[in-house]
Ligand binder design. Structure first.
Ligand code: NAP
Length: 453
């Protein structure tokens, strides 16, 4: 894939970038290894001061950085600015909490003193996706560098200006050279970089195919990985729910980022008692969304990020209809420049490709459940296990849903969101490992046992 900026609202390629040469990659790897030797010895206070400066720069530059996202992957202007603000919050969280999360933990044993210590590992490669071009990177970079590691970013080929702007933020915040660098390379270079002895671990956020490929390459070298992959999150609505709220949140959860979010609700499961009304109101809401230019604040759904994503959604909808799903609204690409698809609701969608695969666009698959047990079975009827949401006010149902849904997170009466204070990650084909919170910063450290007799 060419490394280039293509505006998804118009389809125009505005700028192309030459990938880093092998010699430049070598220089960056050497720089990272050198930087680690001194960075790992810096105090938490020094690291926190730098990360706080990045947070301040994010706030200062939020409009310009937001515009880059809108330009390169079509995010709505307001959401793009919101994403930058969230990155600043993430920086603040780790600047304030890293030392606490990584403080040595004394353990009583037969030793005179024994404890767990958490020490940095070295240079970590981060392979990142275009859908949250800043937030995905910061939730790796903030904890990893606060732990004393150094980072190398291989961003998605479609967001090179975002990738370079992130590197610039670290440079402008006064980080020593080599602590955070961007590599402008395509996916085909990843295996060789992971195999390099100076890379000690890797993280990838992206599709399960890319995750498998990185996991294999790193596994062959016995290098630690964290994989944050796709999802097909269920959204369960039960009879005791506040239906107005459930419908409103269902639309927001499906349509965020034009449907291109790993934790967007993708499969909607309504109890048969309220299914008819839910489907009707949800469909009306989806059909009424305003589609258009992502830089116009009246727009509710912008373009998909690329022609490739648009073509894939189009095919998945057609295959789902062939498999028996019914189009309640939408179902077609929009005849205008750029990569637009109609917000779509597919009912009777159980078992169709929209149900069994991840659909990375504004397409909702709906099915009906006979009872709570059936709803839970449908929620778990997926190869993925990232997040799940359910709407009910019944305490017994809440207990069963939070206990029995197989996913990295379950949200009751709210949509699935990431929050620096809470761990984030999946099970099954959604990957392994956790980001954010204490769990996230402990992924790329050596938990060292110290025993002094
Ligand atoms: P993608 O095609 O898998 O790309 C993600 C990153 O992996 C890009 O940097 C890409 O580079 C690279 N890549 C692709 N194939 C690779 C391979 N064989 N080996 C090594 N690297 C490879 O995914 P995407 O379309 O950008 O992003 C959408 C996917 O990300 C969805 O499945 C979504 O659910 C998932 N996602 C998950 C989370 C989470 O936290 N769980 C968050 C956001 C998104 P190129 O761009 O150069 O191809």
């Amino acid at each position: 894939m060419a490394i280039a900026t293509t505006n998804p609202a118009t389809g125009e390629t505005l700028k192309t970038f030459s990938p880093d040469s092998d010699a430049l990659i070598e220089q960056k790897l050497a720089k990272a290894a050198r930087a680690f030797e001194s960075w790992r010895k810096t105090s938490f206070a020094e690291r926190a001061q730098r990360l706080s400066r990045v947070g301040a720069l994010l706030e200062e530059r939020k409009d310009a950085l937001g515009r880059l996202m809108t330009l390169e992957m079509g995010k709505l202007r307001k959401a793009a600015v919101g994403e930058i603000e969230k990155c600043a919050v993430g920086c603040r969280y780790y600047a304030e909490n890293a030392e606490r999360h990584l403080a040595p933990e004394p353990v009583q044993t037969d030793a005179r003193r024994s404890e767990k210590r958490f020490q940095p590992l070295g240079a970590v490669l981060a392979v990142m996706p275009w859908n949250f071009p800043f937030w995905q990177v910061f939730r790796f970079a903030a904890p990893a560098t606060m732990a004393g590691n150094v980072g190398l970013l291989k961003h998605a080929s479609s967001v090179p200006q975002c990738a370079l702007a992130i590197e610039e933020l670290f440079r402008d915040a006064g980080y020593p050279e080599g602590v955070f660098q961007t590599l402008l390379v395509g996916a085909e270079k990843v295996q060789k970089i992971v195999e390099d002895r100076r890379i000690v671990a890797a993280t990838l956020t992206g599709s399960d195919g890319a995750g498998r490929s990185l996991g294999q390459a790193a596994g062959a070298q016995l290098k630690k990985t964290v994989l944050e992959l796709g999802g097909s999150d269920p959204f369960v609505v039960l009879p005791s729910a506040d239906l107005d709220e459930a419908v409103k949140v269902a639309i927001a959860a499906r349509i965020q980022n034009a449907g291109q979010s790993c934790i967007a609700a993708k499969r909607f499961i309504a109890h048969q008692q309220i299914a008819g009304e839910f489907e009707e109101r949800f469909t009306a809401g989806m059909a009424a969304l305003r589609i258009g230019d992502p830089s116009d604040d009246a727009t509710e759904v912008g373009p998909l990020s690329s022609k490739q994503v648009l073509d894939e959604i189009d095919k998945q909808v057609r295959r789902s209809v062939e498999a028996g799903a019914k189009v309640a609204c939408g179902g077609k690409r929009i005849d205008r420049p750029g990569f637009f698809f109609q917000p779509t609701v597919l009912v009777n969608a159980e078992g169709s490709p929209a149900w069994t695969e991840e659909v990375f666009g504004p397409v909702a698959a709906v099915a009906r459940a006979r009872d709570l047990g059936h709803a839970i079975a449908l929620a778990n009827d997926t190869p993925f296990g990232l997040g799940a949401a359910a709407f009910t006010t019944d305490a017994r149902e809440i207990e069963r849903l939070t206990d029995e849904i197989q996913a990295g997170s379950v949200f009751i009466n709210g949509m699935v969101k990431s929050d620096p204070r809470l761990p984030f990650g999946g099970i099954k084909a959604s990957g392994y490992g956790r980001e954010l919170s204490a769990e996230g910063i402990r992924e790329f450290v050596n938990t060292k046992t110290v025993w002094i007799g």
